[in-house]
Write a protein that binds this ligand. Structure first.
Ligand code: ADP
Ligand code: ADP
Length: 232
């Protein structure tokens, strides 16, 4: 489903370079909830951003759904990216658009007919429990509600994979749990593969099937959550 082969990513120019990832290998199976945990600066953000090529690896191959992404044309990459949803620590919503329009945005962008957009967005509003808030703007929502919008938007193009970049790090513990429960529901309902990166052990323990520990740009340990870290 997701396979990273020998991924190296260096930032910077001739004088100063930072190696964020160093020959990293990782395989994530279809339908898994996979967690990557590590300290600040370990390379987590870079890793997750390399999967949808928000960052281009300096070396290595990125396979998603049996397709290698680093050599695709711009157009082919755009196609494949629709199958990869992403949610963010700070939600990244459009502040001047309503909840409805935020969720509709990816579909509007690719010219989906209005009726089909309405059907999809209404379905997603129910899924994330925001039917009554669809006309509000992000500034009128709580953090948890904003992340629900983020999740709905990420699911609008029916992805196979959902990438979660510290998606609960800006939320209080109770809200974190409700968002994690929603992710688990979505995983079970749609068989969506979920990769989440976090620095919080609790997040890994509560919903992940497998976990990898990243340190200085490489995976140093990997295994089922039950063995590597005891589930609560
Ligand atoms: P994490 O998400 O685990 O905190 P990052 O992937 O953000 O780790 O960062 C890994 C390393 O790469 C750090 O040393 C960081 O400072 C560096 N880095 C990340 N992004 C950039 C960038 N755009 N330019 C230069 N260095 C970067
Ligand atoms: P977060 O905590 O949400 O991961 P960061 O502060 O690590 O955010 O990074 C914010 C942005 O800055 C990211 O796009 C990242 O790639 C970039 N960045 C991180 N470290 C560096 C760095 N040392 N130099 C330049 N850009 C960086």
């Amino acid at each position: 489903m997701i396979e990273l082969k020998g991924i190296t990513k260096t930032y910077g120019g001739k004088k100063t370079t930072t190696t964020a990832l160093s020959g990293l290998n990782l395989t994530i199976g279809k339908g898994e909830i996979f967690g990557v945990i590590g300290h600040s600066g370990a390379g987590k953000s870079t890793l997750i951003r390399c999967i949808n090529l928000l960052e281009r690896p300096t070396e290595g191959e990125v396979w998603v759904n049996g397709i290698e992404l680093t050599n695709l044309s711009k157009r082919e990459l755009q196609q494949q990216r629709r199958k990869i949803g992403m949610i963010f620590q700070h939600f990244n919503l459009l502040s001047s658009a309503t909840v409805y329009d935020n969720i509709a945005f990816p579909l509007t962008l690719i010219g989906t007919p209005k009726a089909a957009i309405a059907e999809k967005v209404n379905e997603l509003l129910v899924l994330v429990g925001l039917e009554e808030h669809q006309s509000k703007y992000p500034s009128q929502l709580s953090g948890g509600q904003k992340q629900r919008v983020g999740i709905a938007r990420a699911l609008a193009s029916d992805p196979d994979v959902l990438l979660c970049d510290e998606a609960t790090s800006a939320l209080d513990p109770q809200t974190t749990d409700s968002i994690l429960k929603l992710l688990l529901d979505i995983n079970q309902k749609f068989g969506l593969t979920i990769l989440l990166i976090t620095h919080e052990m609790h997040v890994i323990q509560s919903i992940c099937d497998r976990v990898a520990v990243i340190h200085q740009g490489g995976i140093v340990e990997e295994g089922p959550v039950t063995e590597t870290f005891l589930k609560p």
